[in-house]
Write a protein that binds this ligand. Structure first.
Ligand code: CP
Ligand code: NVA
Length: 311
């Protein structure tokens, strides 16, 4: 990855960019565990704009900057003039005069694209309604830790809502040659343009992308099953209606067994809603994987920041 690059969508990265991020993330993880200092961003400041809630993203970016020798500023849109109507393009140009990088979590994906268009410093997408690239790259690192470095030819199955996680996982898998299958209820399929882009990436990497409404078909032969909340941030009002229609898409003992793979692992980006998209039993059976996945946000985001904000 080049210094100064934005990280908005995995679709815009090359396979080499993804490899570089994952390799550096593993290296920084090892250094941090061994207590070896790695101040790659000494004296640098990241601004973190949050228009939605967060536990993992906020803490891992903030701690990550600290471990890299820099600092991070938590900028809630409730407190910024942005929240009172100051245009994104003005916010971008002002913040570029103070900061070395901007991370943003927001609703409309176009807000991130607008910020990146006007900012002179790298912009990192920390979740939009459309994409969550930092989480999907993290998931690749975690799968490597459990399944070995070569991800090509493995199969990832996503079961649940066709949302920002589905889209970024589809892009991530297609980029590294992992087969990807998503099972979503009718009316909740992934974005058609994202599926088309992912299919093009998959054709280049030798992978396949399959979209179905049948969860058992999707998980068949899967090395990894992934799920996410049935009602994302901003969809709270739809929660009850969604529960009724998503029931057959719960990741439970029967669905995991339907993979037919004894070593199939289950992942979840968190927060998890037990009894909805995943059972308590399956969540706890795979808690080691799921909390490694949460930890890896720190290491992957440190690698991304070091690559795009470093000297
Ligand atoms: N997985 C994830 O992005 O978590 P937060 O919403 O807590 O940041
Ligand atoms: N799809 C979820 C992911 C949370 C990390 C949401 O957007 O709320």
């Amino acid at each position: 990855m080049n210094k100064g690059m934005d990280l908005i969508s995995i679709h815009e990265l090359s396979a080499d960019d993804v490899e570089e991020i994952l390799t550096l993330a593993a290296e920084l993880k090892a250094k941090q565990k061994a207590g070896i200092p790695h101040p790659l961003l000494a004296g640098k400041t990241l601004g973190m704009i949050f228009e939605k809630s967060s536990t993992r993203t906020r803490v891992s970016f903030e701690v990550g900057m600290y471990q890299l020798g820099g600092q991070a500023l938590f900028l809630s849109s409730r407190d910024l003039q942005l929240g009172r109507g100051e245009p994104i393009k003005d916010t971008a140009r002002v913040l570029s005069r103070y900061l070395d990088g901007i991370m943003i979590r927001t609703y409309g994906h176009d807000r991130i694209e607008e910020l990146a268009r006007w900012a002179d410093v790298p912009v990192i997408n920390a979740l939009s309604d459309l994409l969550h690239p930092c989480q999907a790259l993290t998931d690749l690192l975690t799968i490597r830790e459990y399944k070995g470095k070569n991800l090509a030819g493995l199969k990832m199955a996503y079961v649940g809502d066709g949302n920002n996680m589905t889209h970024s996982l589809m892009y991530a898998a297609a980029k590294v040659g992992m087969h990807f299958a998503a099972a979503t209820p009718e009316g909740y399929a992934p974005n058609a343009a994202v599926v088309a882009n992912a299919k093009a990436d998959a054709a280049a990497s030798g992978a396949t992308v399959t979209i179905t409404t049948d969860p058992k078909e999707a998980v068949q032969g899967a090395d990894v099953i992934v799920t996410d909340t049935w009602a994302s941030m901003g969809q709270e009002d739809e929660h009850d209606a969604r529960i009724a229609c998503f029931r057959p898409y719960q990741v439970n003992r029967e669905l995991v067994a339907a993979s037919g793979e004894a070593c199939c692992i289950v992942m979840h980006c968190l927060p998890a809603y037990r009894g909805e998209e995943i059972t308590e039993e399956i969540f706890e059976n795979f808690a080691d994987v799921i909390f490694d996945e949460a930890e890896n946000r720190l290491h992957v985001q440190k690698a991304i920041m070091a690559l795009v904000m470093g000297d």
